[in-house]
Design a protein around this ligand. Sequence first.
Ligand code: NAP
Length: 288
Amino acid sequence: MDVYGLIGNPVGHSLSPPMHEAAYDAVGVDARYVTFEPAVDAVGAAVEGADALGVAGLNVTVPFKRDVAALDAVRADALASAVGAVNTLDFAGDAVTGHNTDVEGSITGHNTDVEGAVRALREQGGASIAGSTAVVVGAGGAGRAVAFGLADAGAVVRVANRTESRATDLAAAVEREVDDATASGGGLDAIDAWVADADVLVNATSVGMEADVTPVPAGALHADLVVLDAVYAPLETRLLRDAAAAGATTVDGAWMLLHQGAAAFEHWTGEDPPVGAMNDALRAHLDA
Ligand code: NAP
């Protein structure tokens, strides 16, 4: 049996265990997915311990994504290095037995939040990313992953953030790290003008989680937009309601969560992810 899991602190309310175990059941992989909550200063020891124990793969969540990307033992792929955060570790174990090959530096790191956002926009939103103009609201962990992902997929990216310097720094990093990228950054007051001629809009802030509020003025939204809200609790945010009322195509945050999990499953097992079964499990827990 293979062991996969999640390290974070806290991890108590994670939706990843039911989503991944539904995938193992659907494709007949003999595996379990468990959660680990190391102390905040013990993530390096936790990753090395997992490697030594033959854990096959780990997802990484708050507050460890940046710390894990910086570990000597982890080789982050190009996009995860550019984002500066890893959310999926592959211990290069044998997918059948779970025995680790134990080659030094054999732990690879990916950031599947990047793929999660792009796939959700393409597959649920029907968005064509290459050649589009995308507005990303937020420049924290999710904002970085989304901005790099969209630029890498060929969009012109505009980042708007409450703290303007984080947006301009992120835009500069995107232009530096992604070949042929065009990106700019600004404060939240840039949103109205930017959204007017945008094709894609992503909320990558936490605004909308705790209260029924939105970071995007409703009057800025229009019918030619595909709008993804990274917030998945609640599923139907004020931004998505406003976007639907404006005639835009809406994609809720559970689709991004699903596709980041599906991409991790693919890295670990090399198999096509059973997205239908994973989505059913995820939404059963979100709706509960
Ligand atoms: P984070 O690193 O803490 O960043 C938070 C972001 O929200 C920053 O850009 C911050 O702006 C902004 N923000 C916070 N409060 C604000 C306010 N009152 N007004 C305007 N902007 C505000 O968090 P994160 O990890 O990026 O997560 C952001 C959201 O994405 C969360 O809801 C999280 O659950 C969600 N998420 C979803 C997925 C998914 O798969 N669906 C994956 C990852 C994250 P400042 O820079 O000015 O502080």
